[in-house]
Design a protein around this ligand. Sequence first.
Ligand code: NAG
Length: 403
Amino acid sequence: MRIFSSSALLLLLSYIGAVSAAAPIIAQYWPAYSSQTSSQVPYNQLSIAYYFVTVTTSTGFELGGGQSVSEMQSFVAKSKAAGKKPVFSLGGWTGSRYFSALVNTSAKRTKLARDISAFMTKYGFVGVDIDWEYPNSAGIGCNNPTGWDAANYLAFLKVLRSTIGTSNLITAAVSVNGIIGINGSPLASFADFAKYFDYINLMTYDIAGPWSDKTGPTSPLRTCSSDTSVTQAVELWTSRGFPASKILLGIPSYGISFTTKSSTLATTNVAGYSSRIYQSWTGVTPKGAPGDSNAAGTDVCGNKGNGGYSGQWTYKQLISEGLLSSTGTRGLNGYVRYFDECTQVPFLWKSSTRHMIVYDDATSAAAKASFAKSKGLAGVMIFDTTGFDSRVYSAIKSRLGIA
Ligand SMILES: *[C@@H]1O[C@H](CO)[C@@H](O)[C@H](O)[C@H]1NC(C)=O
């Protein structure tokens, strides 16, 4: 006896598909050291609320410098009140120094997993984000990679999962270059890691910066004239066995600055597109948003900085400081807005000062969200909560198919 007609069966199958398809995720990092208070975090624009950051120490981890426990508690309470998932992040660029040592023996791995579990319980977090920058690569410079970092990381994740259970989240911020193995190349497969991660936050930004030969976007959609890109990073991860459905695509809410050599923009042909985003520059990073300082500091490795500006602006600051119209479509105050078709990224440029600011906006973020959707990714991750306005969030949500 046929129970279902084929069309009823199709309907049933599509219904099952619809209810089992996970809602797209928007994860955002709250920089607890920034001037944005826990009350100012846009909780209604996210699903996973990352507390950023706790840093590794020789014996475990602690809150990053200057961060208050009461603000962290308020962040957890407000996230939960809004129906969102508060997760704390461990590591970061300056906070990853001791990771290699902390997972170097079985006893140490067990201790770190227990410490994480205790911290989650004490403060009400529903997961942990491992932001190790990076296994088998020194990152800021004074980390002590062992060569066995990737294997130790995997062994640690196994213990961590059995310690905190499956109802809590384990995520990781990861490099566009994958997880590096003992030979200095990406592991042949990342599939074993996928067993323990609920999601990875792909750090698809900082691809160009003050270290680059030419100006260029921090987060290019395609590889046009850079080492990697959003597209290339997703291809690397998925081609090595990591499921697309566990990838959150990183979108930066900040821009970076350059001083071009010339007071006219050269047009070059890259990857079949006519492009003006790649220019020769002086190596001098101009001052970014108000508060950007060129005071030479000493980093956690004891290295004295060169005293240069960061040149960073959030998208919102470009508007509030009068460089960009409120809709984000027009440059102001001598800045002209351009949009690069190849990388799908906008930039502002002022010929009189030769200052170029390359950033992400509603158009570029929408292009990335569309790409994430087309590749079957879990959603997007935004670094960080301070940079975008509701116009950008709406563009991302609509492309991900969130009402
Ligand atoms: C890891 O363990 C090995 C073997 O005991 C040791 O030689 C090395 O110094 C350790 N590395 C770190 C970073 O703790």
